[in-house]
Design a protein around this ligand. Structure first.
Ligand code: AMP
Length: 402
């Protein structure tokens, strides 16, 4: 079975064609800068790379660019569209309608239409890709929707409600939805597998720390809390996003700086976080490089704030779960920054968390590694996330159950 995984972003379309025989990737690609300059990069498993500037005015054009490249010419990996047996779509927000991955049918499309505005930059382009698949593929080829929010739907009301008038939850469904659910689910399950334990017997905190960051408290296999909120702006400070701040700061700054709601939103999403504090970069690699050169007090400060906030969430989730068995780091920073892992885990021995500094520094990119210090009660892991594989596995499971 070959599954096409499609991940539509606001101005991008990422994809992978996965052979479920051995979960291997046949091709991986990205259409970037859709609607502006357009860049297309496609890599096949045998190393052929097509990298070109191609104008793609919208997601439909990008979709056809992807499909044509998979099927035809010197970068193709299949010769007929019928070789694709199913399609898995990553969906950023499914609201309260979707608590698990689902097979697309008329009712699902109607329900998805009702929550499309919950992720105004991401859900509409995903819908364009679903429509394109329904048009291009045989009607028997299943489309499956995998929601980033679904894993977090097990949160109890005390974790997902905000302290505002309840009528806004009833009227607009304003609540915490979380994000990165596919990643938290994947690394949580991998963690249990590595520990050779049933996830139902474990308390795990997963830290997905990348350009966007979130933590999840996974107790007995289900998510009981997560740091992102109504939108992916909440929680820990990120590359350019503020994370959770005192809401009064928003109205105070709007008033003082004469900012409109969209200007304020822009500032919180695009000019805050690591970039906003350091004034140097949103990329933790640049900040770590600046610190290594010993010339960046602000880089030090920015990373310190972010790492402290991650640590605070870990502590909060240990309290929420009444304990912790395992701590997992994943995503760009979680997997690759030994500094972030060290700063998050230092002075946590009271909770049983202690990592081995030398092992922590020895991590090789894209590999799983346990970094627990000898004798520590809580086990700490680096587990590279694989959201696309998780989407493909969900799709396969649903297709096989038909
Ligand atoms: P993601 O959103 O998961 O793709 O993560 C991307 C982020 O990971 C980048 O913006 C970098 O800040 C961070 N990153 C990637 N590699 C490293 C590294 N070797 N050291 C520190 N941070 C890294």
């Amino acid at each position: 079975m070959k599954i096409l995984v499609i991940n539509a972003g606001s101005s991008s379309l990422k994809y992978q064609l996965i052979d479920m025989k051995d979960n291997s990737r046949l091709a991986i690609g990205i259409c970037e800068r859709i609607g502006t300059s357009g860049r297309f990069k496609h890599t096949t498993s045998d190393g052929r790379v097509y990298d070109a500037q191609i104008p793609m005015p919208n997601h439909n054009v990008a979709f056809h660019q992807m499909l044509d490249t998979l099927l035809k010419g010197e970068y193709s990996v299949i010769s007929d569209i019928s070789e694709i047996n199913a399609i898995g779509h990553r969906i950023v927000n499914g609201g309260e309608k979707f608590s698990k991955s689902v097979l697309v049918d008329d009712q699902v499309l109607k329900d998805f239409g009702e929550v499309i505005n919950f992720a105004p930059l991401h859900n509409p382009p995903a819908m364009v890709c679903i429509d394109a698949c329904l048009e291009m593929f045989d009607s028997k080829v299943p489309n499956v929707l995998v929601f980033e929010t679904a894993f977090h739907q097990t949160m109890p009301p005390k974790a997902y409600l905000f302290g505002v008038e309840y009528k806004y939850y009833e009227k607009y469904k304003v609540r915490r939805y979380g994000a990165h659910g596919t990643s938290h689910r994947y690394v949580g399950n991998r963690c249990a597998e590595i520990m050779n334990k049933d996830i139902k017997d474990l308390k795990i905190v997963t830290c997905h720390i990348g350009n966007g960051s979130s933590l999840a408290a996974i107790k007995n296999g289900v998510c009981i809390d997560t740091s992102m909120g109504f939108t992916p702006l909440a929680g820990v400070m990120m590359g350019t996003r503020s994370g959770t701040i005192d809401p009064s700061v928003v109205t105070f700054l709007m008033d003082k700086e004469n900012l409109s709601p969209s200007e304020m939103e822009d500032m919180l999403n695009k000019r805050s976080g690591l970039l906003g504090i350091s004034g140097i970069s949103s990329d933790s690699r640049d900040l770590e490089a600046a610190i290594a050169k010993d010339d960046a007090k602000m880089a030090h400060l920015a990373l310190g704030v972010m790492n402290y906030q991650i640590k605070s969430y870990v502590g909060a989730y240990v309290a929420a779960m009444n304990g912790i068995d395992a701590l997992v780091f994943t995503a760009g920073i979680g997997e690759n920054s030994d500094r972030t892992r060290r700063q998050v885990c230092e002075d946590m021995d009271y909770l049983g968390i202690k990592i081995d500094d030398k092992v922590n520094r020895s991590h090789i990119r894209d590999t799983e590694l346990e970094i627990t210090a000898p004798g520590a009660r809580v086990r700490t892991f680096i587990i590279p996330t694989n959201e696309e594989l998780m989407i493909a596995l969900d799709t396969k499971r649903i297709v096989e159950s038909l």
